[in-house]
Design a protein around this ligand. Structure first.
Ligand code: RAM
Length: 506
């Protein structure tokens, strides 16, 4: 296509996306009490919550330099904070310097952030230092935060006056407005509520990956959020908006891995092959959920381009062949050999394109490619052990993605997945993203009971360990696990972790 046409098409995708910006709804809430946290090795999140004063008592307290208290909003929200700051004394002869720290989990408000080993920016740490002049005053924190707890510290004020905090409020924000019928499945009620809250707090003017970090739209996360959305909040136009944003922001004809909305829509420059392939799947599922074949038709040429280019660049003799300097994601798991997993993603995406073509009446035939890649995939299968072995390595991810590709009879995929889970040497899933595909592969291969049983242990485990919303990364025996080498930079309300609410409804 000529560059001028490409430009025109991109800008029309973008203007369609911008026409679909959803309305945000705000809910004001107040904390019920102040709390403190005792270090406790016996609880997963390392700190035990201790109730302090009801807000009525706290609101009558006057504070000096060094004052320090934590309020608990009793549940996660994405939103803003405001409070009234009063002063009493001889006169207000200095600003009040405050530090506010926003906690998704207890560690955020009680552990030191620095020094940090994080390899992503520590400017994500959720705190701010503000100076307030001219008291009394209503203080409104401009930055949106993700939090259950807020720690207030009075860093410095003159000894001539004291301050009092009252009318502390959060202004929660989301574009998830529909009421969702709770599930009626024994033992899953709370787990489902946590899943729904996770999606609600990530649903803003796009499906954000995490309202704390990275606060942007990632393609791999989008597919999973969209699935949950179709059976819960049903803001399908938000999925459409996100698809058009990705389509409008192609770089060299590629769908990029993530994008920002503001100050104007732009990509981050990250490109992930497996995420790009999932664009095809996300479009298919959008059309299936909405019957919006017009959007399917409009975006299908992009799917064809994706498949033609990625097959050309990465497939040799039916086998996925990793290229240097290219990001293949699958999981935040350093030891994982991704070859078999990506092979599975390719087959899964090709089959999706085939199905989408039928749905929108476009004549495409990928059966030759599917056959070649399936043959290639079979070279990973160890018939004696009944598992896919990727260059000597057994991983949950390889079994999961081959299960998504459905190249064997269903029961063989189920066996492969279950035996990898049983194998203490197998490389496990480190994130709910990767775990999701283990569960989805079971589900697709008719092992719905096993899928729900594992979902209960996994997501229920997070709830038992203190999750109000589902976490970005979860290692059941290590609360300090972080893909970023510092748990304080993890996100504790993460889009890709909300999918239990989908499994409970399909
Ligand atoms: C994390 C993001 C996002 C994910 C990427 C690959 O940094 O939070 O959820 O899609 O990694």
């Amino acid at each position: 296509m000529a560059p001028a046409e490409t430009f025109q098409e991109s800008s029309s995708f973008l203007s369609d996306a911008q026409a679909l910006i959803p309305k945000l709804v705000y809910t004001d809430e107040e904390p019920l009490e102040t709390v403190s946290f005792e270090p406790d090795d016996t609880v997963f999140l390392r700190h035990r919550r201790v109730a302090q004063d009801p807000m009525s008592v706290h609101e009558e307290t006057w504070y000096s330099t060094g004052a320090d208290f934590i309020v608990d909003f009793e549940g996660h929200r994405t939103g803003y904070l405001s409070f009234d700051l009063d002063a009493q004394g001889i006169n207000v002869d200095s600003p009040a310097r405050l530090r506010l720290t926003f906690g998704e989990v207890p560690a955020d408000v009680v552990e030191e952030f620095y020094p940090s080993k994080s390899w992503i920016s520590t400017s994500w740490f959720p705190y701010e230092v503000i100076s307030v002049d001219e008291l009394p005053q209503k203080v409104q924190i401009k930055r949106r935060h993700a939090f259950r707890y807020v720690r207030f510290q009075v860093l410095e004020i003159s000894p001539k006056f004291k301050v009092r905090f009252h009318n502390i409020k959060s202004h929660a924000v989301t574009s998830a407005t529909n009421h969702v019928k709770p599930v009626d499945l024994d033992g899953f009620e709370v787990i489902d509520q946590v899943g729904l809250r996770t999606l609600r707090d990530c649903m803003q003017t796009v499906y954000e990956d995490g309202p704390r970090r990275d606060r942007r739209l990632w393609l791999g996360d989008l597919r999973l959020q969209a699935l949950v959305n179709y059976v819960t909040f049903q803001n399908n136009d938000l999925v459409k908006r996100c698809l058009y944003l990705f389509a409008g922001l192609q770089v060299d004809g590629k769908i990029m891995a993530c994008l920002y909305e503001r100050p104007r829509p732009a990509t981050s420059g990250d490109y992930i092959v497996d995420y790009e392939l999932l664009f095809v799947v996300t479009l298919l599922e959008y059309v299936q959920a909405t019957q919006d074949t017009a959007t399917g038709l409009r975006l299908f040429p992009i799917c064809r381009q994706i498949l033609t280019r990625t097959l050309h660049d990465h497939i040799r003799d039916g086998l996925f062949t990793p290229q240097p300097e290219v990001w293949y994601f699958i999981d935040w798991q350093e030891q994982l050999d991704r070859q078999a997993s990506i092979q599975g993603v390719f087959i899964f995406a090709l089959k999706a394109a085939q199905q989408l073509g039928k749905l929108i009446n476009v004549n495409v035939d990928y059966s030759k490619e599917i056959q070649e890649l399936t043959q290639g995939a079979m070279s990973f299968f160890d018939t004696d052990k009944g598992v896919f072995v990727c260059n000597g390595q057994v991983s949950w991810a390889s079994q999961a993605w081959m299960g998504m590709a459905q190249i064997l009879p269903a029961e063989k995929h189920v066996q492969a997945i279950l035996s990898a889970i049983e194998d203490p040497n197998a490389i496990k899933a480190n994130t709910p993203y990767s775990y999701h595909y283990v569960l989805e592969a079971l589900h697709r291969n008719d092992a719905k009971q096993q899928c729900l049983a594992l979902a209960k242990t996994y997501f229920g485990g997070m709830v038992d360990r203190g999750a109000d919303t589902f976490w970005e990364a979860y290692s059941e025996n290590d609360s300090l696990f972080s893909p970023y080498h510092d748990v304080h930079n993890n996100s504790f309300c993460h889009a890709w972790s909300c999918t239990v609410s989908w499994f409970l409804r399909v």
